[in-house]
Design a protein around this ligand. Sequence first.
Ligand code: HEC
Ligand code: HEC
Length: 223
Amino acid sequence: MIIKHLLAALACAALTTTAGAAGKSAGNAEAGQQKAAACGGCHGVDGNSAPEIYAALKAPKLAGQVPEYIVKSLHDFKAGRRTNETMSPQAQAVAEADMADIAAYFASQKAKPGVAASKDALAQGEKIFFKGKGRPDTVAACVGCHGLGGIGNRDWSKVMSKAPVTLAPAIGGQHSGYIADQLKAYKAGKRSTDAGKIMRDIAGRLDEKDIAAVAEYIATLQR
Ligand code: HEC
Ligand code: HEC
């Protein structure tokens, strides 16, 4: 069983790498570094918001994020489809023309994984990440869309014609508190930026313990 899942995951990773190499970001990371100066105070200069900064400001890591997802998120905040009292005004200040460069800069940075606070939850979280959940609350494995190591996926549709989704963010190494908060927001319907209600549906089938466990596990991944 474990071998089977590992093989499936490796296949996903191979596909993800191919897709990533095929679709190079249009942004210029070097130009983006300067333009990203305004973001560093909360997200970290290299996109790795430190744990103590996260505790105070709740700003997620952006290092190693799929660049298209960063741009999509800025658009979501700017248009009011996603709201957050701290980030919404920040997005308003970003010029359309600068978004791709800023995204390329953070995408080019290496994410630093976190350390699990509770080792007990790790096994349950790993199981959900690689296998999802069985009946009655069936949940698809996170690895299928978010990739091995939670590195994200910029264009699934290029490699799978019947893909339900074209863009999945990098989540590996993200602060567990942020992952849990976003899952709870999807579950409560407070976040509805997911096309086809993909994440609302998945998070709706996870209970509090599942959410805490999978968030804890994902935070330890190297993306
Ligand atoms: C004052 C602090 C602050 C600053 C400055 C800031 N952000 Fe944020 N950002 C946040 C917070 C807090 C969140 C989490 C929002 C949420 O929970 O929905 C966030 C979320 C995001 C997200 C969504 C990430 C994800 O994984 O979904 C992106 C993308 C982002 N910020 C980009 C930027 C960029 C680019 C800049 C600079 C132009 C910037 N932010 C400046 C606080 C900040
Ligand atoms: C069918 C594909 C698919 C599966 C399976 C999937 N996701 Fe997602 N996930 C997405 C997409 C697409 C988004 C971006 C949606 C958006 O823009 O709001 C996303 C967003 C997220 C986010 C928000 C990330 C951020 O930076 O704000 C988290 C956290 C997340 N997923 C966790 C999970 C977990 C945990 C699982 C497994 C239980 C999972 N996902 C399974 C496609 C998927």
